[in-house]
Design a binder for this molecule. Structure first.
Ligand SMILES: *[C@@H]1O[C@H](CO)[C@@H](O)[C@H](O)[C@H]1NC(C)=O
Ligand SMILES: *[C@@H]1O[C@H](CO)[C@@H](O)[C@H](O)[C@H]1NC(C)=O
Ligand SMILES: *[C@@H]1O[C@H](CO)[C@@H](O)[C@H](O)[C@H]1NC(C)=O
Ligand SMILES: *[C@@H]1O[C@H](CO)[C@@H](O)[C@H](O)[C@H]1NC(C)=O
Length: 404
């Protein structure tokens, strides 16, 4: 991997005026617009790289929103049918001082620590603070006052380490694709992939998903299609305020409907060991011989909550064919439902057939409480008129331990 510590900063820290939504009766909101390192693509090609030590607001602050989109080198939005934004992820690392700008994959593992979110996948997956995919342009991310995601707290940064930020961008250039949606679902036959990125043979039952569309793979194009190489960027806009006692911190939790977790018991009590598979596949309703006339796959999982607090914000992540995801209590009461919005036109942010946004939940603070030890049910629904691979059913929650 190249080293990406050059200047890709566009402009930083424009002080907000009182016309901005979060500025009333609250600390002054600052806005930064940043560009990721270059993402180089050509027709069919996949780019899936992790960029370390990217530009990000610094200091002891509270994040208020994170919005992003793919743009070309002239700054124009790139539509999903040209380049499918499979996902992007923003994660925190604590890196030993003096090594901050290095590629973490080249560091001794004792020189960095994942500064992961609060849970619940404790298996090294889904550690991110922010992350979305094709729905990025039409999904609200703002955190209402007086809440915010606290970062840069010197008391939480291990001594001798710096807090740094990394961005993973997974983009698929589908210009000229023979089967555009098949490419976005990472179908192994279209990528002609039979081994994973490390060279391990894939099971013949594995028809598609992230193991078949790793960095550098290529999806099948129409015969004779030629297209130019392009340089793209993830342009991300972050809003934040300086941290002070008027701000109530929220914690980030991510749940995965494909989590194969189990309870385990040791001498100190009962634990949950999570195995977040992150993606799953579904057969078509014809193949499964369903006699029901509604072809919907409803995947559900029960999860024990290892924390308590008040839900401030919730959103799900689903791919095309998704028809909604909900988090509810054992008795059936819904905590939050998040429904995909599909594009109907041609322009960026309204691409026909793609999930261009997810609806979000902003419960009245204090009205939705999760208790430690409570079991919640996560469900993720998809149309299974056709078979689908590489589907996701994630649920992202922001939770305040206490109210202001
Ligand atoms: C990594 O760092 C540890 C602690 O400083 C050291 O004991 C170990 O030898 C290092 N390993 C490598 C491969 O450099
Ligand atoms: C698919 O991969 C195989 C083995 O790597 C190779 O021999 C074959 O030419 C590839 N087919 C296409 C269409 O690229
Ligand atoms: C029991 O599990 C807890 C939580 O995972 C862990 O911290 C502790 O070390 C475990 N105890 C034993 C004896 O394995
Ligand atoms: C999306 O495109 C359709 C078709 O052109 C149009 O009717 C609709 O208003 C557009 N939606 C938005 C949100 O712009």
């Amino acid at each position: 991997m190249e080293s990406f510590n050059l200047g890709w900063l566009l402009l930083v820290a424009i002080l907000a005026t009182s016309s901005l939504p979060f500025s009333q009766a609250f600390g002054r909101v600052k806005t930064g617009v940043f560009l990721s390192p270059k993402v180089e693509l050509e027709p069919g090609l996949v780019s899936n790289k992790l960029y370390f030590d990217v530009d990000f607001p610094r200091g002891h602050i509270a994040l208020k929103s994170f919005n992003a989109e793919l743009v070309d080198d002239a700054g124009n939005p790139v539509p999903l049918y040209d380049t499918y934004l499979h996902h992007w992820i923003v994660a925190r690392f604590f890196v030993r001082q003096g090594l901050g700008t290095r590629d973490i994959s080249r560091l001794n593992s004792s020189d960095y620590i994942s500064g992961r979110n609060s849970g619940i996948c404790n298996d090294g997956t889904l550690d991110q603070f922010f992350g979305l995919g094709s729905e990025t342009r039409k999904t609200a991310t703002h955190i209402p006052d007086p809440y915010g995601i606290e970062i840069g707290n010197p008391a939480e940064i291990p001594s001798g380490f710096d807090e740094t930020w990394a961005i993973n961008i997974h983009a698929i250039d589908t210009r000229g694709a023979e089967d555009t949606m098949g490419c976005t679902e990472c179908r192994c036959d279209l990528y002609n992939v039979t081994r994973d990125e490390t060279g391990q043979p894939l099971s013949p039952n594995y028809k598609g998903g992230l193991l078949c569309c790793y960095d550098g793979t290529r999806c099948r194009r129409k015969e004779g299609f030629n297209g130019i190489k392009r340089t793209l960027y993830l342009r991300y806009t972050v809003e934040w305020v300086d941290m002070d006692s008027s701000i109530t911190p929220v914690k980030v939790y991510i749940f995965d409907v494909a989590d194969m977790w189990k309870r385990s018991r040791n001498s100190t009590g009962i634990n949950s060991e999570h195995d977040c598979r992150v993606e799953y596949s579904i057969e078509s309703c014809r193949a499964t011989g369903s006699t029901r006339n509604v072809c919907i796959d409803n995947k559900r999982i029960s999860l024990d909550m290892p924390f308590s607090g008040y839900v401030i914000y919730g959103v799900a992540h689903q791919h095309a064919a998704g028809s909604g995801s909900s988090l509810y209590r054992k008795g059936g009461r819904v905590l939050c439902s998040s429904i995909p919005k599909y594009g109907k036109g041609n322009e960026a942010g309204n691409e026909s057939g793609y999930v261009v946004g997810m609806s979000t939940c902003y419960p009245r603070p204090g009205s939705v409480k999760i208790s430690k030890g409570e079991t919640l049910i996560l469900e993720s629904k998809y149309s299974n008129i056709k078979q689908h691979t590489g589907l996701m059913g994630l649920f992202y929650l922001l939770v305040a331990e206490k109210l202001p």
